[in-house]
Design a protein around this ligand. Sequence first.
Ligand code: GDP
Ligand code: MG
Length: 166
Amino acid sequence: KSGFIAIIGRPNVGKSTFMNQMIGEKIAIMSDKAQTTRNRVQGVLTTDDAQFVFIDTPGIHKPKHRLGDFMVKIAEDTLNEVDAVLLMVNAEEGYGKGDQYILDRLQQVTSPVFLIINKTDLIESDQLLQLIENYKDKYLFEAIIPISALTGHNLPQMQDELKKRI
Ligand code: GDP
Ligand code: MG
């Protein structure tokens, strides 16, 4: 099993913390030439039975100017070329205006989209259930996976889920 996975999400939702937890010391050093503005390799996760390449896809968020529109187009193309998209949100912030914009953009994307609800250590379980219900109504996710990138909670289960569905 192998695949390319794009991680998207607003600043501070925990993308870098998540990458460090998943890959840690094993972060691959990629040459600068391999890095483009369309997608930057963040790291490669190699396990006994799978290899995932995580890429960062800047520019999918609400554009503030014309160049922004162009960047959004590029980001959408990238999201169609990967094997899976992980949309990460902050459990504590819940569903917001910015999320609707990104979910609208994702309607054009053909790759499976997983919703990763991060920072679940900061909320109660009934709040989490409510949040999951809200998101279910907004978009047809391949799966909704709650995690805590900080504590590592549910990360092994998340890896299993990705292996099963990619
Ligand atoms: P990024 O901008 O999406 O890359 O977010 P970062 O990984 O830099 O995280 C932003 C802040 O959120 C940092 O202070 C992290 O320590 C914190 N953070 C990330 N994941 C979690 C989590 O699961 N739980 C809690 N409580 N804090 C987290
Ligand atoms: Mg970061």
